[in-house]
Structures are given as structure tokens and as C-alpha cells.
Design a binder for this molecule. Sequence first.
Ligand code: GRF
Length: 365
Amino acid sequence: MSADHTAQTIHEVERLRAELDAQGKKLVFTNGCFDLLHAGHVRYLHDARALGDALVVGLNSDCSVQALKGPDRPLNGQDDRAEVLRALRAVDAVVIFEGERATSLIEAIRPHVYAKGGDYTVDSLNREERAALENARTEIRILPLVPGRSTTSTINKMLGDKTSHRLRIAILGSGAGSNLRAIIAAVQSGALNAEIAITISDHADSNFIMTARDAGVPAQVVDPGSNPRKLGDAAQKEIFEHLERARVDVVVLAGFMRILKEPVISAYSGRIVNVHPSLLPNHKGANAPQLAIEAGELETGCTVHLVTSEIDAGRTLAQARVPVLPGDTAETLHQRIKTEEHKLLPKVLNEWRELGLPVRGAGAP
Ligand code: GRF
């Protein structure tokens, strides 16, 4: 076996699994970043160990923590994190893995039991990891988390007042990304006093995500899941985690084509805005410019509104009017509407606090 303070190799863990198997004993596996160990981790690992006879922790490598949690993480390098974990009574072995998911480790170890923290449900586990667990006939156990203890909340407390008072915004989009470009331009020119903390897309090859990458703003793609129209539970949760890590004040939906549900919708209640290409409450839902033409409107426009669980129904924050011209197609009209969106959305964001709207922390629910 490796020296007491270093991580084990995968072969050592495979041997451990075979030994346990021969004795009719159970190997429990869990995985995570364990960047800043707190009481919640210690209690969780203790409970996980109690599910079997030995506990193996898959530890995300430094590169994979960075990919998952952003450029400022990990706070502690992988060897230090492994050493601290190995000093815990509950932990029998630690193995470092590359990549964001522990799938290949699960496939190699074939643990008897897989433990995961209670912020997950069996349904919100990553699809790939879940398939590997089912394949290995591993029992999946979700353990309750200790409330109020998390690495992110510890980091946020430490940053406290030292963070600037610029609004930290997240922008979510699926398509062309013209509103994203308008927000980036407004931030760069100083017209919008905000920081783009993160951008998220459900489309890996969208112009939206290319725009974010070209501008050098943090960009994440979330796998929406198998249903082409809906955002699966795992994706809903992943988005929430990205927002929390990025310490987001306000979530901006700029052409995000899937419906956000829990946990984001409650956790960010009053802090999610959408831009819609009509004068709401007229023409809710998809194809609003086309609907305005079909209804024979002489005027339509765009609306920036708060997002609730009911589609296009939250409080209106601002609107801009646009004429419908003879010979307009849905495309020409939409383009004219977008020109107004590009001014209206950055303006509302810049006036966020003056509008009495909440931000993260004290003002937020
Ligand atoms: C905008 O028209 C917005 O009103 C609607 O989706 C469109 C997004 O356009 N919700 P883009 O991706 O920002 O160019």
C-alpha cells in the first residue's frame, strides 16, 4: 500500500475490493472535491463508512476541480486534499481521478455501495455515473447533508464585504446570443455596472456559447438530459450549482429555451429576469413576433420581466414599443424588437438596485 498520507492507486483499490469480496464484506465508494474540509464532510463520510466495511473516496484531481468549480478552485492541491482525507477515521482509501465524473473509477472498482450527498436524488445523479452504477449492480444510497455546511458557503462568508458591490450576473441562453453580446458591450463600455459571473447554455455549439468564449467570460455548457424539450433534474441541479459557485446576484434568461424549475426558481426568486419579444401579457410563449403579425397588431415590442414558475407571467420591469410595419415577416419584426431588447435589458440590469430588486445575501429571500 502507499505511504499513509498519499493517495492510493486504482490497482490498490481494486485489490482492496477483491479482498473485501472474498470476506463477504462491502466496499463503499463516494466521490467529490473535498477542497475545504468542514464538519458536514466529516459527518457525511462517517455515515457513508457505516454503510459497509471500508470507505474509498474518489477525489477529483486539481484539473477536474477547476473544470467543475471555476478558475479559483481548488484552494488546496490534490495531494494535500488526499492527505487530509486519509487522516480521517472513516476513510480507508483515497484515489485521485481525472475528468469531471467518476464513471471510469466506478467501472474499475465496482463498489458494493455508492454514497452521495442529500443535495442529489437518484434521479438527479449524472446519467453516465448512474448507468455505470447500475451496470456494476451497485446499491445507491443518498445520505442527508448537514444543513448550513458547505464549501461554497464557507468561501462566501470569508469573502464577505471584500467582494465588490457590482451586480454579479449569470446569463443563460440557447441560441443566437445577440442579447449576450449587448450585455457584454454594455459592461465593457461602462454603461452597465455589473460583472458577468457566468454564462450557461444548454447547447454546446450555440452562437451564445461561442460569443461567451470569444469574449473571455466564464462559460459552461449543461447537458439538458434526454428529453429534447425539457431540462432534466440533473441539469436543473447543475445550473443551480454553477450559480451558487459563481455567487450570482441576478440570473438573466436571454433566449434560454428550456424552462427553469427547482431548485433555481425558489432559491433565486425575485432575482431571475427574462426578456420576451412582445408587450406582455400579449403573445406569451414561443413565436411571439409571428403571433403579433397574425393578430394584425400595429405595434408590439419587448418586455423585461421577473421569472416565476408560470411562463411569461412574472412582474413586468420594463417594456419598449416597436411598430409592426407593412410587409413585415416574423424575422424582420423580431430583428427590430431585438434592437430594443439590446438597450432595455442592460438598462434594467444597471438600475437593478434602484428598482428595489433583491440581490444575493441580505436583500434576497
Ligand atoms: C430574444 O428575442 C428574446 O426576447 C427571446 O429569445 C430571443 C433571444 O435572442 N426570449 P438572442 O439569442 O439573444 O439573439
